[in-house]
Design a protein around this ligand. Sequence first.
Ligand SMILES: *[C@@H]1O[C@H](CO)[C@@H](O)[C@H](O)[C@H]1NC(C)=O
Ligand SMILES: *[C@@H]1O[C@H](CO)[C@@H](O)[C@H](O)[C@H]1NC(C)=O
Ligand SMILES: *[C@@H]1O[C@H](CO)[C@@H](O)[C@H](O)[C@H]1NC(C)=O
Ligand SMILES: *[C@@H]1O[C@H](CO)[C@@H](O)[C@H](O)[C@H]1NC(C)=O
Ligand SMILES: *[C@@H]1O[C@H](CO)[C@@H](O)[C@H](O)[C@H]1NC(C)=O
Ligand SMILES: *[C@@H]1O[C@H](CO)[C@@H](O)[C@H](O)[C@H]1NC(C)=O
Ligand SMILES: *[C@@H]1O[C@H](CO)[C@@H](O)[C@H](O)[C@H]1NC(C)=O
Ligand SMILES: *[C@@H]1O[C@H](CO)[C@@H](O)[C@H](O)[C@H]1NC(C)=O
Ligand SMILES: *[C@@H]1O[C@H](CO)[C@@H](O)[C@H](O)[C@H]1NC(C)=O
Ligand SMILES: *[C@@H]1O[C@H](CO)[C@@H](O)[C@H](O)[C@H]1NC(C)=O
Ligand SMILES: *[C@@H]1O[C@H](CO)[C@@H](O)[C@H](O)[C@H]1NC(C)=O
Length: 739
Amino acid sequence: MEVVQFLIQITLFLWSLSNAIPAVASQPSLAKQGCQRDCGMDTIPIPYPFGIGAGCFMNEWFEITCDNSTNISPRIPIPRLNHASLKQLEVLNLSMDGTLSVRNPITLFSDCGTGRPLAEQAPNLTGSPFVFSKRNRLVSVSCGGNTSMKLMNGSTVGWCSATCGDKGGLLDQAYGPNNCNGSNCCQTTIPGNLTNFNTSFQEVKDPLKASDTTSESGSCKYAFLVDEAWVVPGPDLRYLVGVPGVLEWNWSQYTKSEIYGTASTTIWDAINLSTGTVCTSNNSCSCANGLEGNPYVFDGCQDIDECKDPNRCGPGKTCRNTFRSFECQSRFNVAIIVISCIVGLLFIHIGAWWSHRVIMKRKVINRKRKFFQQNGGFLLEQQLSSGEANVDKIKLFSAEELEKATDLFSVERILGRGGQGTVYKGMLANGRIVAVKKSKSVVSGDEVRQFINEIVILSQVIQKNVVKLMGCCLETEVPLLVYEFIQNGTLSHYIQHQNEEFPLTWEMRLRVATEVAGALSYLHSAVSRPIYHRDIKSSNILLDDKYRAKVADFGTSRSVAIDKTHLTMTQVNGTFGYLDPEYFQTSQFTDKSDVYSYGVVLVELLTGRKPIFKTESQEPMSLSHYFLLSMDENRLFDILDARVVKDARKEEIMVVANLAKSCLNLNGKKRPTMKEVEAELQGIHLSLKNFDVQQNFDVDHVQTRMNEVWDVDSASTHEPSTSFSSPFDVEPLLFIRTE
Ligand SMILES: *[C@@H]1O[C@H](CO)[C@@H](O)[C@H](O)[C@H]1NC(C)=O
Ligand SMILES: *[C@@H]1O[C@H](CO)[C@@H](O)[C@H](O)[C@H]1NC(C)=O
Ligand SMILES: *[C@@H]1O[C@H](CO)[C@@H](O)[C@H](O)[C@H]1NC(C)=O
Ligand SMILES: *[C@@H]1O[C@H](CO)[C@@H](O)[C@H](O)[C@H]1NC(C)=O
Ligand SMILES: *[C@@H]1O[C@H](CO)[C@@H](O)[C@H](O)[C@H]1NC(C)=O
Ligand SMILES: *[C@@H]1O[C@H](CO)[C@@H](O)[C@H](O)[C@H]1NC(C)=O
Ligand SMILES: *[C@@H]1O[C@H](CO)[C@@H](O)[C@H](O)[C@H]1NC(C)=O
Ligand SMILES: *[C@@H]1O[C@H](CO)[C@@H](O)[C@H](O)[C@H]1NC(C)=O
Ligand SMILES: *[C@@H]1O[C@H](CO)[C@@H](O)[C@H](O)[C@H]1NC(C)=O
Ligand SMILES: *[C@@H]1O[C@H](CO)[C@@H](O)[C@H](O)[C@H]1NC(C)=O
Ligand SMILES: *[C@@H]1O[C@H](CO)[C@@H](O)[C@H](O)[C@H]1NC(C)=O
């Protein structure tokens, strides 16, 4: 008997495996909240109204017990209907379509040597909410027998007869869903609403096989009610504990509140979208289309994720789950969305970067604008637009342009340094070499107006012997002036550093003197308003590549109204050694003050000496004073430059010397004008002979008292640092600090 029990259990186990239930129970939970969702193994979900434990089932008919008493390993707990009249019927499947699958007993009409009890009947379902489903078939396996299904009042609801076929006496594997049509196995349908029946067996003698005794007693006889969908072929009926049968629930006998609880207000016969349930008038409920789960528990119906099926939308499309439905989007669209997002992000980044740039740029522009205004840019623009200045001649350079031109004002580009600014050599984008003068100080107040005036004046000067102002830049903190670049340095450098390679010939000296005189003459008279240079000196005269003179540095220059003859200065400006003594005394600067300074340059050219020099006794000596003294003492030829004596004729020297003497006249009125000086020099230069000096000018012996004041040191402090032997070995006096 032990062996038989064991075999039964094994068969049961194998049968369970063969019916392996797919894991449908994972989600959603079909049980009532807080209740055991399945029995032990995650195989058979227990949906409400069924439930394990108190409060988890609708009423006692739906109580499930989880039987773990089986002592054969593996211990698979078995769910059973707990109600007494249901005889602990084993539950195989509980589904929400109103059916449940149970293990129906197999009724044996002979024990077949198994020792199992005979005539075990199906449970009595009368009074329960369950009925045997029409999906069941009554099956009988025998060799010549009439099996009938009878109700309590004795009426037959179904029968079938099986002839004795060629199967053996045990008929243990005679049943198969496709080979049960009369030979050893027969089956019949049953009526619906069946609750209680007995099956009985009546032997039928086969006339052809009358002698066959096995049909009488030796052969096995089985009957059972089985789900027509059960397709396991040839099971050994001797040891099978039962076969799956289908029961139906009758919801109609329960009120809504019995099913849903008193809190429930589910409306029947309508889809309730919030609960997702659909119920018919016979109280059969289901989840609405697109939902799954238990319609009999609150929120039991959950959306189906249709997109779990990888082939839902077919190739090239992406599935997107929606409530109760899904959408198929072509991958292309998805790609477009993704790309759009990326592009969008990119744009946001670019936008941020761009706006940052714009803000920075605006800051720079505002800064430039501030400087432009501070540097008198608007004043200049106004002057330019009023036509007062020559628009074409002044270019407003941008800060970047000049930064680029001067290598960000590199120290290596410095041509010269002065008291008020630094001159850089620069190359413009068009390849043109320029000199960029950078003011040391920030201009402010009245100086702005003066500064702009300077630019305007210089813009009006068009003379080949005046250094040309090309433009300016007002965007920087300190204003920048851009001049043409003059290659060969200052005249003073040539006078003081004479060598054999570049001898300063008489002809050259005469030409330079003539050119400077021409430039000054032009400034004094040719332009609309006279301009006084106010700082004529040999270091302000530059020599270009052809050794032509260029008057530079109009920093202290002033234009005067035509009706005025002089400027009254509160502070004497100029360079010691060149300073007009009359101006020094009266503070009145006239055109003749420039003539005096020019006279000193002329003497420099004649003698090759500095305007202030040291005598043999190391006494500082004013060159003009020394020159006039020598002229008076007829010692002119003792003080002349050797080169001059060598090159020039005596008459020419005398003419120039006398001209210089007249320029140095202490009385300004007696000095010649620059125009006269120019004419005279042109005469000498052109003829260079037979020139009779007209003593037009009264040359007074002048004894200045300045040589007592001046000394070499004080003079040199006013000179730019002499270490610069560049063309701009000049003092860049851009702005007048006096009024
Ligand atoms: C069987 O279940 C009961 C309660 O349902 C539990 O107390 C018992 O420990 C279980 N036995 C085994 C072997 O799992
Ligand atoms: C249980 O019932 C559900 C719903 O009817 C069905 O899909 C499933 O296959 C059944 N399982 C077994 C083991 O019969
Ligand atoms: C079946 O059950 C019902 C109610 O429980 C009872 O009235 C009836 O007699 C039972 N039938 C049989 C054959 O036991
Ligand atoms: C089988 O039994 C039923 C009822 O007892 C009867 O109606 C039927 O005619 C029988 N069939 C045969 C073939 O004897
Ligand atoms: C079924 O048979 C049993 C005895 O075998 C009897 O007690 C019961 O009343 C019968 N039920 C019906 C419905 O015939
Ligand atoms: C037995 O009861 C069923 C309904 O339960 C009925 O249809 C049938 O006619 C009854 N048979 C007899 C013989 O009373
Ligand atoms: C049962 O049906 C099958 C197929 O329809 C057939 O081959 C077989 O002969 C039938 N058996 C009987 C006893 O009718
Ligand atoms: C079951 O009985 C109900 C009435 O109680 C009836 O409406 C229904 O049609 C029956 N079902 C079948 C399959 O006979
Ligand atoms: C279902 O229950 C209702 C109400 O109790 C009853 O009228 C009906 O006959 C039952 N149907 C079945 C098939 O048991
Ligand atoms: C759906 O059910 C909920 C909760 O049971 C209820 O509040 C709601 O009114 C119902 N909606 C409809 C349309 O019946
Ligand atoms: C309930 O009624 C519907 C039709 O309204 C029917 O299709 C379904 O089979 C019925 N269910 C039960 C258990 O009677």
